[in-house]
Write a protein that binds this ligand. Structure first.
Ligand SMILES: Cc1ncc(COP(=O)(O)O)c(C=O)c1O
Length: 352
């Protein structure tokens, strides 16, 4: 049987045998009571890594983002974000359903890359504090930007944006689900990538290969509010050290450094498949581990849309996601080797 090459997401990774051993050995306690030494250790490490006062271990990136919103807004407030941000696009409308916020989009037409924002475009959508308007309280940005193609923020631009947002009285949250990738790809430290953001959420269950979890970092007061809201949402976990141990293992065993491998593999694969008639995209747009491969007009005419191509690729053992009618997303991660990835072009070629 041909091996299945699962490139749908970096969330499909399974914990390595060594990570599982570290999880089995974890010293645990009741984390809701603050008694789990492994969770406490992870939270302290995360706060240090991002140079913030405090951190909170949460079950998912979605909950980390939702807690960032809940702890920095009031019902009726407006959050400002990109219309293809994960928070808006993929999180079930939690900002509205749970936090009671509306959303205002900031266009990216003057930004150097898709998904990034400029202070000027933020300035154009801000409406001031007239009593007719909702309070605009929180700007959210995403680094790397998922639907922007896994792109890394331009640092001077990000800093200018955060400064401007603060001058306007906004708080800033970074959805850093893949901030590890941003750091490795840009050579900018995690603490610098977090600077200027009041809160940052970072996923442990993606590039780092942990089975579950994210961290939310920020100032003590905001994280204390988030801790209370986490309990309210049912995210207070008890002997959570078993899963926190996976993250500590990842930090200590080069799961961050090795992301360079994922980025190299994504770049190489993108260069190879971009030559196929099937696709029409610029492989040099791939900066990290996400390949957004637009299908050619011919390919679309032949099969209708990317969802049909996703099913067809599935049949030849290459799993990916159609991210829109025209585009397939392939993701490199810890569970893929050079050998497996080398089979992707062969299988695409076999499709004819
Ligand atoms: C940019 C971004 N933010 C947040 C999340 C949410 O993470 P989770 O799946 O752990 O809820 C994801 C997951 O794919 C993501 O890509």
């Amino acid at each position: 049987m041909q091996p299945i090459i699962d490139m749908r997401s970096d969330t499909v990774t399974r914990p390595t045998p060594e990570m599982r051993e570290a999880m089995a050995r974890a010293v645990v306690g009741d984390d809701v009571a603050g008694d789990d030494p492994t969770v406490n250790n992870l939270e302290q490490r995360a706060a240090e890594m991002f140079a913030k006062e405090a951190a909170l271990f949460v079950p998912s990136g979605t909950m980390g983002n939702l807690l960032a919103i809940l702890s920095q807004t009031r019902p009726g407030d407006e959050i400002l974000t990109h219309d293809e941000s994960h928070i808006y696009y993929y999180e079930g409308g939690g900002y509205a359903a749970v936090a009671g916020c509306s959303v205002r989009f900031i266009p990216d037409d003057d930004a150097p890359k898709r998904g990034l924002l400029t202070p000027e475009s933020l300035g154009r959508v801000l409406r001031g504090s007239d009593l007719h308007y909702p309070r605009s309280t929180l700007l959210t940005i995403e680094n790397t930007h998922n639907r922007g193609g896994g792109v890394v923020w331009d640092e001077p631009l990000r800093q200018r944006l955060c400064e401007f947002a603060h001058e306007q009285g906004l708080r800033v949250h970074t959805d850093g689900a893949r901030i590890w990738n941003a750091s490795i790809a840009s050579g900018v430290s995690l603490r610098d990538l977090a600077a200027g953001s009041d809160t940052v959420s970072a996923c442990l269950s993606k590039g780092l290969g942990c089975p579950v979890g994210s961290v939310l970092v920020g100032d003590k007061e905001t994280i204390a509010i988030a801790r209370h809201k986490r309990k309210m949402l049912g995210g207070g976990m008890r002997q959570a050290g078993v899963i926190a141990a996976a993250a500590l293992h990842a930090f200590e065993h080069h799961h961050i450094d090795r992301l360079t491998e994922d980025h190299r593999r994504a770049g190489e694969l993108a260069t190879t498949i971009a030559k196929f008639d099937l696709f029409d995209f610029d492989p040099t747009s791939v900066e990290t581990n996400l390949i957004y491969a637009r299908l050619s007009e011919d390919a679309l005419a032949e099969r209708g849309d990317a969802f049909e191509w996703q099913d067809l690729l599935d049949e030849v053992g290459v799993r990916c996601y159609a991210e829109s009618r025209t585009t397939l997303r392939f993701v490199t991660h810890l569970d893929l080797s050079d050998e497996l990835i080398a089979m992707v072009p062969e299988r695409l070629a076999a499709l004819g």
